[in-house]
Write a protein that binds this ligand. Structure first.
Ligand SMILES: N[C@@H](CCC(=O)N[C@@H](CS)C(=O)NCC(=O)O)C(=O)O
Length: 80
């Protein structure tokens, strides 16, 4: 599971906090990819989802925007 985030994005921090509370560990359960403007991560978000917006989740064939939807997806599928 790949989380595309930007350091100064409150919605990204919301997702990260939720994921940590669920007991998931970075590098074991998910990886964070920098999606700051001008990065390959940003290009991937745009290419995959069609919008330059973060947070963005890619989980296998599945991808989504919207922090609440991402938190709900991860909670349902992976929460420990
Ligand atoms: N409703 C969205 C809002 C996400 C949002 O507004 N993200 C901002 C950054 S905090 C964004 O991607 N802005 C466009 C940009 O960075 O180019 C959510 O909850 O995830």
């Amino acid at each position: 599971m790949k989380l595309y985030l930007r350091a100064d994005c409150p919605y990204c921090n919301k997702v990260l906090n939720a994921v940590e509370k669920m007991g998931l560990k970075e590098k074991e359960d998910y990886i964070i990819i920098n999606a700051q403007a001008g990065t390959p991560g940003r290009d991937m978000v745009l290419k995959t989802g069609g919008k330059a917006m973060v947070p963005f989740l890619i989980d296998g064939d599945h991808s989504m925007y919207e922090s609440d939807d991402i938190i709900a997806w991860i909670g349902k599928k992976y929460a420990k």
